[in-house]
Design a protein around this ligand. Structure first.
Ligand code: 8YV
Length: 321
């Protein structure tokens, strides 16, 4: 193609990728844009040279896009997040410059809800421990200690949004009674509302955290909430590590203040405290709530679709509110 072709590389919008993205997503990006993969972290000189031309940021749900980075990109037009959570993006700083932020809502509701239920079952029925029991040849010495029944138990949901509702729907099939807390009561919901996480925790057997991260929910699940959950209660976190006071959680698990925890997210990923790893009353997964081929494909299509729509002058598929 001649260099003046509208699709020539020199005319493709330049995109800064700020996270290690799923390879098929990178492939889509590379097909349409000039991609600079994390050079702001790896090569400051090269970054300084291209920064004035960067028109889009492609981020993941865990990415940090602070005000300082946005300020270094005078031509920035859009921030597309590959994930539903965008707590790492300084949305206020973007908004001041009229830069839209997009995310990938809905397409991962089922997946994250499935994992939440999987963690409820795993920790109460001790599935990973049972697997180890068989592999280590302990069965021959006698049966495993008894587990805890899930069907009919009381489930509390912290954050009754799209994913929270998908979790509730699944829990209904287990005959669980469902209650929730969120910033305000949802009049359209038939589930019982509690005004605080502490009040909710006191009334349930499983407390599932699925509220957005960020300043407003930092350490919402603290020592007081864990105490209210009590020695027979389990905490499940499929939201953000920042929502739980991890030090308080470790103490509660060590002291038997709560019965156990199923955790997919952590305060300082991918670093999981050794104290958590040492515990037997936890099930730990490496932030895999949305991590299936089907859902990651749908997320990539949405995240890429938002960029495509923007540069085609079409309405964005899913701008954040
Ligand atoms: C992903 C997530 O782990 O959607 C989110 O907010 O945290 C997850 O779906 C992530 O965005 C992919 O790296």
């Amino acid at each position: 193609m001649p260099p003046s072709s509208p699709t020539s590389e020199a005319e493709q919008p330049e995109v800064l990728v700020v996270a290690k993205l799923w390879p098929p997503m990178m492939e889509s990006l590379r097909g349409a844009f000039r991609v600079h993969d994390r050079i702001h972290q790896t090569d400051p000189t090269a970054f300084a040279a291209v920064a004035p031309r960067i028109r889009a940021i492609s981020a993941s749900g865990e990415s940090k896009v602070p005000r300082e980075l946005i300020a270094q990109l005078p031509a920035l037009e859009i921030i597309s997040v590959f994930g539903v959570g965008y707590d790492g993006v300084d949305v206020a700083a973007a908004r001041e410059r009229g830069i839209p932020v997009t995310n990938t809502p809905d397409v991962l509701n089922d997946e994250v809800a499935d994992l939440a239920i999987a963690l409820v079952l795993s920790i109460s029925r001790r599935i990973p421990q049972a697997d180890r029991y068989v592999r280590e040849g302990q069965w021959a010495n006698g049966p495993m200690p008894l587990a805890r029944k899930v069907s009919g138990a009381r489930l509390g949901i912290v954050g009754l949004g799209r994913i929270g509702n998908a979790i509730a729907k699944r829990a209904e099939a287990f005959g669980m009674s469902i209650a929730y807390t969120s910033r305000s009561a949802r009049p359209e919901s038939s589930y019982r509302y509690f005004p605080s996480a502490e009040a909710l925790a006191a009334e349930v057997d499983f407390l599932v955290v699925i509220t957005p991260g960020g300043a407003g929910t930092r350490k919402l699940i603290d020592a007081k909430v864990l105490k209210a959950l009590g020695k027979d209660g389990y905490l499940i976190n499929v939201a953000r590590g920042s929502v739980v006071d991890e030090a308080a959680l470790i103490e509660a698990l060590q002291n038997g203040t709560i019965a156990g925890a199923g955790l997919d997210v952590f305060e300082n990923e991918p670093n999981v405290p050794a104290a958590l790893i040492a515990l037997d009353n936890v099930v730990l997964t490496p932030h895999v709530g949305s991590a299936t081929w089907q859902t990651r494909r749908a997320m990539a299509d949405r995240a890429f679709g938002n960029l495509e729509a923007h540069f085609a002058g079409k309405p964005l598929l899913s701008p954040v509110p």
